[in-house]
Ligand binder design. Structure first.
Ligand code: NAD
Length: 419
């Protein structure tokens, strides 16, 4: 299967797990449809006085196990199809790490890098009001995703608070610390990628110190993954972002690159230079002779045409949906390990859950408490997926999806179909 629909890819993964589980056909039918999809028009008065109208979506895939949870993405390629897939993956992600949430996702089809700060703020506030009928502290809680950040979450929280007439801390996660955010949330997804990578290396009797790593995407997930893996002893020899790839076989100065991005226009690596660093293309990054590859940008980056060229023995999916089913078959047939997105990048939603709990209680944890609890959750989830994959001879995506689907199916069956 290699068509353009991301939701078709998510359904393909669900059907594969359901077949292995011999899942009841009625439950599969329920799980194959998002519970609710809302498409909205978002008019914004641009700086030059023109009114632009952007299309946005919020999709809730399943609330069977708890309130829906998922990020909001601002990107020029956002479609309802993509948001539906991302919402379904959120359901599995929350279930595989066993936190009491269902899955949701949101997105606006817009390129925010071409807009002023004021335009992005107005876009965010108007989109928030447009989806307010379906989001809520105990029904659907947004978070950051591609091109959104703690600043965006602050605008959402403020918009909801102004309209409700009182401060609502638990409406979003990924907020700034000054607004009731959680210590460790910004780094949580990358930290989870690091924990997952270390757990895999341990199972394969490899030391991080003997491993080289390439990371595609140098935003929140990619940069923190690279930084923390380097701190664990891995040699990060290539990273890339929209400006292309940066390569040094002796290892890249990740901290300097993060500092460079913090100061640069649109937070990208364009123009970065350091001794021993050469430019490569994003395509070349995938083909490098590395041990671990971390795709941490967008969907479908590893596909039927480049999967065969990947030399890494482990692919740890920092991004959502970076590997197509066709590519995954090529990789697993060659004996490579793919740590699936719903497990590999679950650190973000796990600490979002911790942030939500802290916001509800107005009682805040130390960073060590957050990181220790995150590690406990990821190490346990990795072990259950790994053990199932080994015992029943499944690849890790099927094992992770099977564990998740079974948990959601049990909740649906226990609740029954209303009325
Ligand atoms: P971000 O906006 O902070 O960073 C995205 C990065 O990808 C940027 O460096 C951008 O330049 C780069 N990029 C975009 N297109 C690219 C391309 N074609 N080639 C190379 N690089 C490209 O976004 P993020 O929050 O880091 O999210 C990245 C991925 O991780 C997404 O798939 C997202 O859904 C997923 N994810 C994010 C979180 C989170 O907590 N932020 C949690 C789970 C999963």
């Amino acid at each position: 299967m290699e068509n353009n629909s991301v939701f078709a890819m998510a359904l393909d993964q669900l059907n594969s797990a359901a077949k292995l589980l011999k899942l009841d056909a009625n439950t599969l039918r329920v799980l194959s449809h998002p519970e609710r999809s809302l498409t909205v028009a978002v008019p914004v008065v641009m700086d030059d006085g023109r009114i632009e109208v952007f299309e946005g979506h919020r999709v809730q895939h399943s609330s069977a196990r708890g309130p829906c949870k998922g990020g909001i993405r601002f990107h020029q390629d956002v479609t309802l199809d993509e948001v539906k897939a991302l919402a379904m993956w959120m359901t599995w992600k929350c279930a595989v790490v066993n936190i009491p949430y269902g899955g949701a996702k949101g997105g606006v089809c817009v390129d925010p890098t071409k807009m002023s700060k004021r335009e992005v703020r107005h876009l965010t506030r108007r989109f928030t009001v447009a989806i307010m009928p379906i989001i809520g502290s105990h029904s659907d809680i947004p978070a950051p995703d591609v091109n959104t950040s703690s600043e965006t979450m602050g605008y959402i929280m403020d918009t909801v608070s102004m309209i409700k007439g009182s401060t609502v801390l638990d409406i979003v996660t990924g907020k700034a610390i000054d607004l009731g955010g959680s210590l460790g949330r910004r780094e949580a997804t990358g930290r989870g990628v690091m924990f997952n990578t270390l757990e895999l290396l341990k199972r394969l009797n490899k030391s991080p110190k003997e491993c080289t790593v390439a990371v595609q995407g140098f935003g929140n997930v990619g940069s923190v993954s690279a930084d923390l893996l380097q701190k664990e002893g891995c040699k990060i020899i290539a990273v890339s972002d929209v400006s292309g790839g940066y390569y040094n076989p002796d290892g890249l100065p990740i901290k300097d690159m993060i500092n460079y991005c913090a100061q640069s226009n649109n937070h990208i690596l364009e123009g970065f230079n350091a001794s021993g660093v050469s430019k490569i293309s994003n395509a070349e990054l995938f083909e490098l002779d590395v041990d671990v590859l971390v795709p941490a940008a967008l969907e479908k980056q590893i596909h039927g045409k480049n999967a065969d060229k990947i030399k890494a023995f482990a692919i740890v999916e920092g991004a959502n949906g970076p590997t197509t089913p066709e590519a995954e078959k090529i990789l697993t047939d060659k004996g490579k390990y793919v740590v699936p997105d719903i497990l590999a990048n679950s650190g973000g939603v796990v600490v979002s859950y911790f942030e939500w709990v802290q916001s509800i209680q107005s009682f805040f944890w130390t960073e060590d408490e957050v990181n220790d609890n995150l590690k406990r959750v990821i190490v346990n989830a990795f072990a259950s997926v790994w053990d199932m994959a080994q015992k029943e001879k499944h690849d890790m995506r099927n094992a992770a999806t099977m564990i998740a689907v079974l948990r959601v199916a049990r909740a649906i069956e226990a609740r029954g179909i209303w009325p």
